[in-house]
Design a protein around this ligand. Structure first.
Ligand code: NDP
Length: 445
């Protein structure tokens, strides 16, 4: 049995109840055969066993009191996955689906993603099975304060620097950071995604969505092409989706569809982004509201149709993990889609990814395509450490350079290992090589 097969068997046995973690780690391990099976140095160093096992996994309870005086207890996690190339870095997710498997898969992916950015950041991730939807502002604040009352002892500007993710935006980061500062009596850059008046970076809000469009654009530029005139379908209507739409539109594309967890809108002549922002970011309402405001937009409930059935040139899944399945991939191919870029983490299942690759769809995996967010978080950390603030244009131009660098490194790795255009392989290999080298240099720790 090869080293890789041994590790996969070990994960399937030891982590049997963790489907998302098995899915993410298997996808990476399969790509690594090309390097690891050829060189016994990795097995001798127990490199994969160490890469796959988080350095630390913290599980804690979050008790809080709702407005009516009822006590609730949620379960929270912080996984400090790998610190070989820098302090742990990765977002915090508040969603009822959060569990150990999801947090581990996200932390593992984050380790390789952060390596791809070229910035000195290790991998981490956190979250809680708390649902901010339908909670009052005061309930969200009390919850965030309770969450941080435990988390504060595990993080620090040179130890572990969290950020937002699903269900954690500027509001939640503010409540958590405020509580952290109150407890430790120290104003440091321990969080990214902070408000602009208290240490945040211009461009961080837009970074993940913009970065996604930049990396796809880099690929298109190599083909003397661009977003101009392209029809784009985007899933989700949160932070990543909205700013991906904004950048795609500014480059001349027409975004014809967006979704939320209840359904999707199809707006043939192009969605009105100001309206989407008002509905989702300001009023925190459902997309049905958008359809009420725009009579020529068609709304379809999630149970009655798939956003991926809409014909498009470029599809950008930006909602959540496992939201683009094999039948969706077949539909996209059949309808002429040429590019899929993952704004979300692992939105595409493995068989769907394979189908897209086999049909020559340029597929950009999340660990490369959505790395713009954490890259700009890295830039926020640099600004905090040096106590300066860069302009939006300075940050945006650094982001563009980073995304172009990521494209070049995944493109070159895919070519070097004989699979040109396979950016899944390219991203896994380029990220792995960097983390593995740092781990080897630092001995068995
Ligand atoms: P948000 O909470 O801002 O938005 C998430 C969006 O996805 C919402 O529109 C939400 O709909 C929708 N959604 C969530 N769960 C489901 C589901 N099960 N089915 C369908 N739609 C769903 O999160 P972000 O935009 O920040 O994150 C989206 C993805 O991008 C995640 O995978 C995240 O890990 C990844 N990511 C985020 C980064 C960032 O900087 N924010 C950085 C890198 C990756 P509804 O409104 O109904 O809840």
């Amino acid at each position: 049995m090869s080293y890789i097969d041994k590790i996969i068997a070990q994960i399937e046995k030891k982590d049997a109840g963790q489907p998302e973690f098995i899915q993410a780690s298997k996808e990476v391990l399969e790509s690594l055969r090309i390097i690891v099976d050829k060189d016994s140095i990795y097995e001798k160093a127990g490199l994969l066993e160490r890469l796959i096992e988080p350095e630390r996994l913290i599980v804690f309870r979050v008790p809080w009191v709702d407005d009516a005086g009822n006590v609730h207890v949620n379960r929270a996690y912080r996984v400090q996955y790998n610190s070989a190339i820098g302090p742990y870095k990765g977002g915090i997710r508040f969603h009822p689906s959060v569990n150990q498997s999801i947090i581990k898969f996200l932390g593992f992916e984050q380790t390789l993603k952060n390596a791809l950015t070229g910035l000195p950041m290790g991998g981490g991730k956190g979250g809680c099975d708390f649902d901010p939807k339908g909670k009052t502002e005061n309930e969200v604040m009390r919850f965030c304060q309770s969450f941080m009352t435990e988390l504060y002892r595990h993080i620090g500007p040179d130890t572990d620097v969290p950020a937002g993710d699903i269900g954690v935006g500027a509001r939640e980061v503010g409540f958590m950071y405020g509580q952290y500062k109150r407890i430790v009596n120290n104003f440091t850059g321990v969080f990214t995604g902070k408000g602009l008046t208290w240490g945040g970076s211009l461009g961080r809000t837009e970074a993940t969505g913009y970065g996604l469009v930049y990396i796809v654009n880099e690929y298109l530029k190599g083909k003397d092409d661009g977003f101009k005139g392209k029809k784009v379908v985007i899933s989700g209507s949160g932070n990543v989706a909205i700013f991906a739409a904004q950048k795609a539109i500014s480059l001349g594309a027409t975004v014809i569809s967006m979704s939320d967890s209840n359904g999707f809108i199809f707006h043939k002549d192009g969605i009105n982004l100001d309206s989407i922002k008002e509905v989702k970011l300001v009023k925190r309402e459902r997309l049905t509201k958008y359809a009420e405001l725009h009579k020529d937009a068609v709304y379809t409930e999630a149970s009655k149709g798939r956003v991926w059935d809409i014909a498009c040139d470029i599809a950008l899944p930006c909602a959540t993990q496992n939201e683009l399945f094999i039948d969706d991939a077949k539909s996209l191919v059949k309808n002429g889609c040429k590019i899929v870029g993952e704004g979300a983490n692992m939105p595409t299942t493995m068989d769907a990814t394979d189908h897209l690759l086999q049909n020559n769809v340029a597929f950009f995996p999340g660990k490369a395509a959505n790395a713009g967010g954490v890259s700009t978080s890295g830039l926020e950390m640099s600004q905090n450490s040096t106590r300066i603030s860069w302009s939006f244009d300075e940050v945006d131009s650094k982001l563009k350079t980073i995304m172009a660098g990521i494209f070049n490194s995944i493109d070159s790795a895919a070519k070097e290992y004989g699979k040109p255009g396979n950016f899944v392989l390219g991203a896994n290999l380029a990220g792995f090589k960097k983390v593995a080298k740092a781990m080897m240099d630092q001995g068995v720790i």
